[in-house]
Ligand binder design. Sequence first.
Ligand SMILES: [Zn+2]
Length: 313
Amino acid sequence: MSTNKPMPAPTDISAPFWDGLKRGSLTIPRCNSCGHWIFYPRRHCDKCWSHDVAWHEVSGAGSLYTYTLTRIPTLPDFADEMPQALAVVELDEGVRINTTLVGLAEDEIRVGMRLKPVFDRVRDDGSTLLRFTGTDKTITPRGQAPATEQPASPAPAVTVVKVPLSDEAALQALVSDSFTPWSNEVVVDQALIDEFARLSGDDYWIHTDPDKARKQGPFGGTIAHGALVQVLQSRMKIPLGFEITGFTNMVNYGSDRLRFPSPVPAGARIQARARVKRVERLKSGTQLTLEVHTHVVGAERPSVINDLVILYM
Ligand SMILES: [Zn+2]
């Protein structure tokens, strides 16, 4: 995830809630005078005004009171969470909590559905956010390793058809107007962008200075270099569904077209898909043009369009 996201700032009153989340437990204040559960955390009971309140651990079991799906990030740093299921969850104790739903497909979300808490450790310092998921879901906690070192999702499994280079009809049959399913997702965080800036020498502030980019840049934060997003194609395993066989040599012959139609904000998750645009027999060999589109996850418009030319000899 983006390392630039705003984080909660615990106060004297709310600190027990945030500390509880770090331990993987949900704690809520309750009024000792009238028994009313209180949320958000306050110094007093919002029912009887008593100041005699105490913190209690609760199970976190609850139901979905309402939700909305947001597809446009309010800040670029949240692009990696799109579409985001913003929700109000009513705990069995009766209090309602603003949160986000995770691990649920859009069509699985129903008002009234039963939910359980997810303690999402978002920072190495232990900072944890409270999210919710379906009671039948298993959410793997975030690892300690930097996000860029592990794909955000596994590559999808797909049946691979072997196509001999000599089989003209089979080669032409690969040409298609429709794209493959999506690849695995890759997180483009600030650390990766900084590394690319160092390697390439392109350390322009729109890529490398989150503070200045937030205040002065057109995107409300830093963005990845187009060239970085393009080369990250290698980290995205596109389920092509075919494998050409029977050649002696295969070379990446370059690109017929390379466009960067929309930016990738720092922290975004990207994924790619492709289609075989054409297959041509040339003197030099057989040339396959693969149209690769890389998108920020959930974004309609691609961030990179690359008509990759592969030459088989
Ligand atoms: Zn009370």
